[in-house]
Design a protein around this ligand. Structure first.
Ligand code: SD4
Length: 325
């Protein structure tokens, strides 16, 4: 009887261990795709190309995302980021940006005028100051001290659009500003480290002084190097009200895929706005990338797309799945 008991216990323990070993083996065998870069809208294609050229040579994700989004900042035809961005209702171009690395270091500037590359000022805030966020005059003063050049960012094209808008002066955000919007970029480098960047001129014709989600860590951008990264585009107020990007990362921590996590936060935003007149022109979109190099996106309405580049997928635009028809 004793012998039978021993055999029984041995069998149970042995099969339990075998089971555990094979499942942890499976975990280990799960292939991590890296490097990966994803970014919002069609201007993400050009930005990805720059970031990818760095990532494939082994560059840090932080350097890749900064260099990537600078292309949109410098392009006067992208009228929602950097140079050539649409002004506020006083005709002033005011910029918001933030950047975050795999050690939870982050830097941000908000309501910054006259500087073409707010993302690089944000990185300087992260690396050269004890702070996370500088705004307005203080951010400008810091940028000038750091050697950035003061420029007029209001191009003829955006000035003309502003003058046309002044005729009626209606403040009604356009849902997608068809394929021109904030650029948010997330990257996973060869070392398995994540970084993210987000830069924008914000909502066109906004009130002077308005700051959106894009420079706010947790709203427009968030990452946890043990889990994944998320970033947003769309009506910033909605992302701030729900701590959108931080929530996407948190949901990935508890097992959701990048797309499922983005979807759940979009649904929460919908619930927040479903009885509000603002729903009529609300658009929000998230992109997310996890530690395994899996990525996804979700938005409230059709029209949002994002650019992806991996070793297995040549730089291409993907339409975000959406909640409302
Ligand atoms: C903002 N999220 O300032 C940014 C801009 C944007 O669609 O993405 N607009 O609210």
């Amino acid at each position: 009887m004793k012998v039978l008991k021993f055999i029984f216990i041995f069998t149970v323990v042995f099969s339990f261990n075998t089971c555990e070993n094979s499942s942890s083996k499976k975990e280990k065998e799960k292939e991590i795709i890296k490097p990966v870069v994803i970014s919002t809208w069609n201007h993400g294609l050009e930005a990805n190309q720059i970031a990818w050229n760095l990532l494939k040579k082994g560059a840090k994700a932080l350097d890749a995302v900064e260099a990537g989004v600078r292309t949109a900042e410098a392009n006067p035809d992208v009228q929602t980021v950097g140079l050539g961005g649409f002004p506020d209702r006083e005709g002033k171009v005011t910029l918001d940006a933030c950047i975050m690395d795999h050690n939870n270091n982050c830097g941000s500037v908000a309501f910054l005028q006259h500087i073409k590359h707010p993302i690089s000022v944000a990185r300087k805030v992260m690396e050269e100051t004890p702070h996370v966020m500088l705004v307005g005059e203080g951010a400008l003063q810091f940028a000038l001290e750091q050697g950035f050049k003061k420029e007029n960012l209001l191009t003829g094209k955006s000035k003309k659009a502003y003058q046309d808008w002044l005729v009626n002066s209606n403040y009604k955000p356009v849902i997608n500003i068809e394929n021109h919007d904030t650029i948010s970029m997330l990257a996973l480098d060869e070392n398995g480290n994540l970084s993210g960047a987000c830069t924008t001129s914000g909502a066109a014709w906004k009130m002077h002084g308005r700051v959106g989600d894009s420079p706010i860590i947790g709203a427009g951008l968030f990452l946890d190097n043990e889990v994944g990264a998320a970033a947003a585009t769309g009506m910033g107020e909605a992302m701030i009200r729900t701590a959108g990007s931080a929530m996407v990362v948190e949901l990935m921590r508890y097992g959701k895929s990048p797309e499922q996590a983005c979807k759940e936060v979009v649904e929460r935003i919908y619930k927040t706005y479903k009885n509000s007149p603002d729903l009529e022109w609300l658009q929000v979109g998230f992109i997310a990338l996890n530690k395994n190099g899996e990525y996804g996106s979700y938005c409230l309405r059709p029209g949002f797309n994002y650019a992806v580049q991996t070793r297995f997928l040549d730089n291409q635009l993907i339409d975000g799945n959406y909640f409302l028809p």
